[in-house]
Unconditional design. Structure first.
Length: 80
């Protein structure tokens, strides 16, 4: 269960890597409107997802983060 969470202002994104299946899952929430994270907004806000994934990747790179690897040994980085 590998995941990365990133938050900026009222937005929170959770990126589940799922290295065994190779199919990542993404959750997106607007915390001001939905503080209990009940409505995943990924399909309604693809542009926001893309910008948050870019910002999250930049932050992970800055911090020298380690990433999970798939069954072939390839590092998995958040994508959308």
């Amino acid at each position: 269960s590998y995941y990365t969470t990133y938050r900026t202002q009222d937005w929170k994104i959770i990126y589940h890597y799922n290295p065994k299946s190779g199919q990542p899952e993404i959750e997106l929430y607007h915390l001001k409107n939905d503080p209990y994270e009940t409505k995943n907004l990924v399909t309604e806000n693809p542009e926001k997802v893309g910008s948050l994934i870019q910002a999250m990747n930049a932050q992970l790179k800055t911090e020298g983060a380690l990433f999970p690897v798939d069954k072939n040994g390839k590092e998995l980085h958040p994508t959308f």
